[in-house]
Ligand binder design. Structure first.
Ligand SMILES: C[S@@+](CC[C@H](N)C(=O)[O-])C[C@H]1O[C@@H](n2cnc3c(N)ncnc32)[C@H](O)[C@@H]1O
Length: 629
C-alpha cells in the first residue's frame, strides 16, 4: 500500500520554520524609470521559508537545541590564565552559519571575532560596568539568529538596548556560563572574588531584564486542577521531578506555576524518558505491522494515528495523560468560515485555508485505505475527520522535538511539560536534549521564576500567524518575529549583474517602533533592505550621502515602499472593534491579528513618510547651495 504521510515536519531550525504561503503572494510593482523590480509581498507572518519539496509544509518545531558546537568552541578557548589573572574568551566560531555577517557586525562595533577579557586581582574603578558592557555587546552578536541579524543596526554610534528578549537572555546566560568556566580554573582569591562579582552582576541583569520585559500570567482562582494534579502525581511516581504546579492562567488555559523561588540554572521540571510518548511506543502495537509497510510514512504520522486510537484505550499506560487533554484545541485549523473571512487582506487567511486543504487531502488519502482494509486495527468510528483534526491540533500545539542520546531527533508528547505556555520572554529557553546521564529531559531556567509566578517556555521564534494557525493564540507584547517578507525579484536589473546587490537573499520589514534608529538613511527600516533597494535602483550612485543624486534616489526608494504599505493597509479594510465582545474566540483572534498587521504596515508607511520629509529638506538645502554657488 502506498500513501503519502501527514506531514508534521521536524525542522531543527525554529527561527525559520513556518507554513509556506508562496502561492498567495501579493504582487506589487516597484517602479523605477526604465525597469521594474517585482516585489512579492510574501507574508505578514514570520520569516517564511520556501519548501522545495512541498508547497505547503506544516512545520512545528519548538525545540531550541543547544548549538553544541558553538558552546564547545567557546569553552575550549576559555582557559590559559596565569596565577593572578583569569580570562573570559568570547569567540564567534567560524562554523557559525552567519559567521561573515556577524564578524562584519562585530567589526562595525569595534570588536574582533575573538575577544579575551582579563579579570585581574586588582581592578580599576568602573571595570565591572565596562567589562559587562563589552561582554554583552559581543555575546549578543554571537547569539543573534538570522532574523535578528537582519534587523541588527550596524551603526557603531547607536547603542543597542537589546536585540530581542530571546537574544538578551541567551547572551547573558552565555556570559554566566563563561564566568563559571573561568571560576573553575581560577585559583587567586581576589581574582575569584572579582569573577564572582561579575557573575552576580550578570545574574542581576537577567533578573531585571525578565522583570521589565515579561508579561506576567494572571492566575484564575476558581478552577479545579484535580485531573492535572493526578497527572503530576502519576509522573512523580514514575520518576518525574517538578518544582511546578498547574493553575489556570487568564487567556491561556492551564499553565505551570513555580512552587518556590527558582533561580537561573535550577531544573524546574525533569521528565524521565519512560513517560515520554515517542514512536518506539507504537512499535509494540499491531498497528505498526500495517503502518511500517506504507511507503514513506513518517514517524509523526504513525504517532498521530496511534494517538487517535490510544485516546480511547481505557487500558492505556497514558490514560491519565489523555484524560487531561482538552476536548477542543481552538487553533487556527478550527477557525470558522466567519473568522477566516474576517482575515481578508491578510495572508493568514490563505495560510489557514492552505493548511486545512492540506490536511483534508492527507486525510482522504490515508484513511480510506486504512479503514477499509484494516477495520479491526483502524475502526472507522475512531478515524473520522473531526478526530483526525483533533489529533493534528494536539501534535501541532503540544509536541516537542527531542534529541535522544542516540543522536536521533524524535517528535514527542511530554506529559506535564505540556502544561508550559509560551512567552516572548521565557524562563526556559534551552531544552530538547535528553540528558544521557539521567535518561531524562530537563527544563532548566534561563531567568529566575518566583514562587507563584507562571513559568514559560519559548516554543520557538514564531510569527503570530504561525502561533495562531498551529497553537491558537497571539502572544502578548511585541513579537519581534512578526515580519512582512519582501521577495524582491530584480532579475531585470541588467547594469549591475556583476555586483551582488545584497548579501541577503530575502528581505523583510517589521514594526518600525522596534527600531532605535530613525535618522536619515535609516528611518527605522532594516539596512539590508534599504541598501538593496538603493543599489537596485541606482547601482552607480554613492549611497547615504547628502549629494543631490543620492538624496533623490533615496526619496524614490521611500516613496515606493510607502505606496506598497499604504496599499496593504487599504486591502485590510477597517476593523469593527465596537462589536468585539460579542464575537466568538476565533473572530476575536482574527480581529486582533488583523489589527497587529495593520499596525506594522502603518508604521512602515509612517516611517517612510517621515524619512521623505527629512530627505526633502536636505534636497532643498542642496539645491539652495547649488544656486548660491
Ligand atoms: C503546550 S500547550 C500549553 C498548555 C495549555 N495552556 C493547556 O491548557 O493545555 C499549548 C497551548 O497553550 C496555549 N498557550 C500557550 N502559550 C500561550 C500564551 N502565551 N497565550 C495564550 N495561550 C497560550 C495555546 O492554546 C497553545 O495551543
Amino acid at each position: 500500500m502506498q500513501s503519502k504521510p501527514v506531514t508534521i515536519d521536524q525542522s531543527s531550525e525554529p527561527a525559520t520554520s513556518s507554513a509556506s504561503l508562496l502561492s498567495l503572494q501579493l504582487l506589487l510593482f516597484f517602479c523605477r524609470s526604465n525597469s521594474h523590480l517585482l516585489v512579492l509581498l510574501a507574508a505578514l507572518v514570520g520569516r517564511e521559508q520556501r519548501s522545495e519539496t512541498s508547497r505547503y509544509s506544516l512545520k512545528q518545531s519548538q525545540f531550541l537545541l543547544d548549538p553544541i558546537v558553538l558552546w564547545t568552541a567557546i569553552y575550549k578557548s576559555a582557559v590559559m590564565d596565569t596565577d593572578e589573572e583569569c580570562s573570559i574568551v568570547l569567540e564567534l566560531p567560524e562554523r557559525d552559519t552567519f559567521f561573515d555577517k556577524k564578524k562584519k557586525l562585530l567589526q562595525s562595533k569595534g570588536f574582533n571575532p575573538k575577544k579575551r577579557i582579563y579579570i585581574r586581582s586588582s581592578s580599576k574603578p568602573g571595570w565591572m560596568s565596562a567589562t559587562v558592557e563589552v561582554l554583552l555587546q559581543i555575546a549578543r552578536i554571537i547569539q543573534l539568529n538570522e532574523l535578528e541579524l537582519y534587523f541588527a543596526e550596524d551603526d557603531a554610534s547607536m547603542s543597542v538596548e537589546f536585540y530581542s528578549p530571546r537574544n538578551e537572555l541567551e547572551a547573558l546566560n552565555l556570559i554566566v556560563l563563561l564566568t563559571d568556566i573561568s571560576l573553575s580554573s581560577c585559583i587567586h582569591l581576589q581574582t575569584k572574588n572579582n569573577l564572582q562579582g561579575l557573575r552576580q552582576t550578570i545574574l542581576d541583569l537577567i533578573s531585571d531584564f525578565g522583570d521589565k520585559n515579561s508579561v506576567k500570567g494572571v492566575v484564575e482562582k476558581d478552577h479545579s486542577c484535580d485531573q492535572e494534579e493526578r497527572l503530576i502525581k502519576w509522573g512523580e511516581s514514575n520518576g518525574a521531578i517538578t518544582q511546578l504546579k498547574v493553575a489556570y492562567i487568564e487567556g491561556a488555559g492551564r499553565g505551570a506555576i513555580a512552587r518556590k523561588d527558582l533561580k537561573v540554572g535550577d531544573v524546574a521540571l525533569e521528565i524521565p524518558v519512560s513517560i515520554i510518548i515517542s514512536e518506539e511506543l507504537v512499535h509494540e502495537t499491531d498497528m505498526y505491522g500495517v503502518l511500517k509497510e506504507i511507503d514513506g510514512i513518517s514517524s509523526e504520522t504513525i504517532l498521530l494515528l496511534w494517538s487517535m486510537k490510544e485516546k480511547y484505550n481505557s487500558d492505556s499506560k497514558f490514560k491519565i495523560y489523555f484524560d487531561t487533554l482538552p476536548e477542543k484545541f481552538n487553533t487556527g485549523l478550527s477557525f470558522s468560515i466567519e473568522a477566516i473571512t474576517m482575515l481578508d487582506g491578510t495572508l493568514l487567511l490563505e495560510e489557514i485555508m492552505q493548511a486545512r486543504l492540506h490536511l483534508h487531502a492527507q486525510y482522504d488519502e490515508l484513511f480510506r485505505d486504512l479503514c477499509n482494509n484494516f477495520p479491526d486495527i483502524f475502526p472507522p468510528e475512531l478515524y473520522t475527520w473531526e478526530k483526525f483534526l483533533w489529533a493534528c491540533e494536539l501534535w501541532y500545539s503540544n509536541s516537542m522535538k527531542i534529541m535522544y542520546p542516540d543522536g536521533k531527533l524524535r517528535t514527542c508528547l511530554i506529559p506535564i511539560a505540556g502544561f508550559l505556555n509560551h512567552s516572548l520572554c521565557p524562563h526556559v529557553t534551552r531544552y530538547g536534549k535528553m540528558d544521557p546521564a539521567t535518561n531524562s529531559l530537563k527544563f532548566c531556567l534561563s531567568r529566575p521564576c518566583r514562587s507563584g509566578e507562571e513559568c514559560c517556555l519559548s516554543y520557538g521564534n514564531f510569527s503570530s500567524s504561525h502561533l495562531i494557525t498551529f497553537y491558537g493564540f497571539l502572544p502578548q507584547g511585541d513579537n519581534p518575529y512578526d515580519v512582512i517578507s519582501l521577495d524582491i525579484d530584480d532579475s531585470d536589473v541588467g547594469s549591475i549583474e556583476d555586483i551582488p546587490v545584497s548579501d541577503w537573499t530575502t528581505h523583510m520589514v517589521r514594526g518600525t517602533w522596534l527600531s532605535k534608529d530613525h535618522r536619515i538613511f535609516y528611518y527605522g527600516l532594516p539596512s539590508p533592505l534599504l541598501d538593496h533597494l538603493r543599489r537596485s535602483r541606482s547601482p552607480m550612485q554613492q549611497m547615504k550621502t547628502f549629494l543631490q543624486g543620492s538624496l533623490e534616489n533615496e526619496l524614490e526608494v521611500l516613496e515606493n515602499l510607502k505606496d506598497i504599505f499604504d496599499d496593504m493597509g487599504e486591502c485590510m479594510g477597517e476593523i469593527d472593534f465596537d462589536n468585539r465582545e460579542n464575537c466568538s474566540w476565533d473572530e476575536k483572534l482574527a480581529m486582533d491579528f488583523k489589527n497587529r498587521q495593520r499596525r506594522i504596515a502603518r508604521s512602515v508607511s509612517t516611517s517612510c513618510y517621515t524619512g521623505m520629509e527629512m530627505l526633502k529638506k536636505e534636497l532643498c538645502k542642496c539645491m539652495a547651495e547649488d544656486i548660491l554657488g
